[in-house]
Design a binder for this molecule. Structure first.
Ligand code: GDP
Length: 444
């Protein structure tokens, strides 16, 4: 599982600093040391590590003061932001030609996953971007690459242009692009010839292709499992061919994450897609921010809950997870949470850790004022067992009774009921947004 050990180590480090109300320079130093070791162990390029750690140290010591976060949380925020910046800040788009077809040239060494990725990308562009891609089989060196692409094309019901293996690949791509133009495909993806190593013949051939078809994108396919080799290959290809982006394959495998974390910094070219498995639909746009959050374990509902539940036994934590996922939270859970929240700082901070939570509807009503917690507690304790489980039944007369019992007003009760509904809605939104991933404990 990609990044697992890096994520674990960084999360441990962040856990130590998280609760701190005061972060000394010595704390930052210690944290920086641990981050450095974790990154080096994850096979991140040492120059990149050095730069990264220096930036984090600088920013963490001379931190911008933000009222809503504790110093410990601010340090984590800095690490998260720098980690995101390292991988490129935002998702990168595929360039499109002003005059179709858009020509995408896939390059890479044998075995990196170039042919597979060619088909995956075509499938992605058709499905998600409504494109009508045509594929061109020009990898004449790897035995069976052309058959493989033809098979994938059939599977996808997508045209594949090929001329066998006895023709120069430069001619194949040239005629392939012509054909795509004639047949009005808006996109043509070229599976170019790979080699076992970067060598002069390969580069000359690719340069010739580039000059002949003038591609809008040159995407280098590299295997994440090869770690620093992937970084070196990227550097070489970029120098000689000037690529436009990278596709990192096999991120589903047992990688340490070094390639993903170094490629952008070393080549200054974005990782545009990540291959997450052998299947045709296992290609995802690469989101630096999400990846950073995953690595730090932030923005993961489950890890958030795990943290909130440190004092509660495992069973209960599991129960709550399931409830949140199904959004059938009760007021009893709510009450239990209040105690946890009290020991963790304001609820807004917790929610702020979730990606996109700020932008979510209902967030405004969600802000639970700490001074109000006593009131909230009193209200919940005045509810009957059934009311706690099924707040829907709380009608006007029940509201009056609850208000009286808790020494509050009906408005207070209404406000809490509304907040509770909003929270449930938001939990539902968040967990469905995270899709299947919410069900897994470690960032996969
Ligand atoms: P090429 O020589 O670069 O064209 O490599 P292929 O496309 O034939 O891929 C080599 C092997 O890697 C094949 O067995 C693919 O199924 C596998 N592969 C490609 N991408 C991924 C990926 O993202 N994850 C996994 N697990 N395997 C992949």
């Amino acid at each position: 599982i990609a990044f697992e050990s890096l994520a674990e180590r960084l999360q441990q480090t962040m856990q130590k600093i998280k609760g701190k109300g005061k972060v000394s320079e010595a704390d930052v130093k210690e944290m920086a040391r641990e981050v450095r070791l974790a990154l080096l162990e994850a096979d991140v390029n040492f120059k990149v590590v050095k730069q990264f750690v220096n930036r984090v140290k600088e920013r963490a010591v001379g931190q911008e003061v933000m009222k809503s976060l504790t110093p410990g949380q601010q340090v984590i925020k800095v690490v998260n932001e720098e980690l995101t910046a390292l991988m490129g800040s935002e998702e990168s788009k595929i360039e499109t030609a002003s005059k179709p077809p858009t020509v995408i040239m896939m390059v890479g060494l044998q075995g990196a996953g170039k042919t597979t990725t060619t088909a995956k990308l075509a499938n992605y562009l058709r499905k998600k971007k409504n494109k009508t891609p045509m594929l061109v089989a020009a990898d004449i060196y790897r035995p069976a690459a052309i058959d493989q692409l033809n098979t994938l094309g059939k599977q996808l019901d997508m045209p594949v242009y090929s001329e066998g293996t006895d023709v120069s690949p430069v001619d194949i791509v040239k005629r392939g692009v012509e054909k795509a133009k004639e047949e009005h495909h808006d996109t043509v993806i070229l599976d170019t010839a790979g080699r076992l190593h970067v060598d002069e013949n390969l580069m000359d051939e690719l340069k010739e292709m580039k000059a002949s078809v003038n591609p809008d994108e040159i995407l280098l396919v590299v295997d994440a499992m090869t770690g620093q080799d992937a970084v070196n290959v990227s550097e070489q290809f970029n120098e000689l061919l000037e690529i436009s982006g990278v596709v990192l394959t096999k991120l589903d495998g047992d990688t340490r994450g070094g390639a993903a974390l170094s490629i952008r910094a070393v080549t200054e070219k974005p990782i545009k897609f990540a291959g997450m498995g052998e299947k045709i639909d296992q290609l995802e746009p690469f989101h630096p921010e999400r990846m950073a959050s995953r690595i730090l374990g932030m923005g993961d509902v489950l890890s958030l809950i795990e943290k909130a539940q440190t004092n509660v036994d495992e069973e209960k934590a599991k129960e709550l997870e399931a409830k949140l996922r199904n959004a059938d939270l009760t007021f009893d859970d709510f009450l239990e949470q209040i105690d946890q929240v009290k020991s963790m700082g304001p609820l807004e901070d917790l929610l702020g850790m979730l990606p996109g939570a700020n932008k979510m509807k209902g967030m405004k009503n969600m802000q639970v004022d700490d001074s109000q917690i006593g009131k909230v507690e009193a209200i919940v304790r005045s509810m009957t067992k059934q009311e706690k489980v099924e707040p829907k039944i709380i009608n006007a007369s029940r509201k009056r009774r609850i208000a009286k019992g808790s020494g509050t007003t009906v408005q207070d009760v209404n406000k809490l009921l509304k907040q509770f509904e909003d929270m449930k809605k938001m939990m539902k939104q968040m967990t469905s947004q995270m899709g299947g991933k919410a069900g897994k404990r470690k960032g996969k």
